[in-house]
Design a protein around this ligand. Sequence first.
Ligand code: FES
Length: 159
Amino acid sequence: TLATVPIRCVVNGDPVEVPQVWVADSLLFVLRERLGLTGAKDGCGEGECGACVVLLDGEPVLGCLTPALAAEGSYVTTVEAYGEGDEVSAALAAHCGAGCGYCLPGIGLSVRTLLARQPEPSESAIRESLSGHLCRCLPPGPFVDAVREASETRAASGL
Ligand code: FES
């Protein structure tokens, strides 16, 4: 039987081919250990914390539970796609910078997905988008404030 296969996908806009991916490898493992993209974090490894969230064809997925093979032929987006930062990373830094920051890359990707779909999200929509993410340092309030600020910044800049 074939234990390893190559996968081809587009990561943060760049076409990549990763040879010899084991069928049991997670997408998180391949991003971090094979492609050197360490923005997505390995928190619990069990689907509980959301630190590993990346976008697969625009949908937030748990990198630790998603087989790397699922990325074949797909578009993968990690926090590294946002380079120097955008209004979401600025708002998260401003409101949630007192925490350790470990959860922020994953939260940022969920927040960007929310704002792309709902430019002015309700508080319940914001809390729903944050619900798959655990933060050990801060209560939910600062995150809700950060999403509101990012939403307002986007509106003010016509995004
Ligand atoms: Fe994937 Fe915690 S590392 S959910």
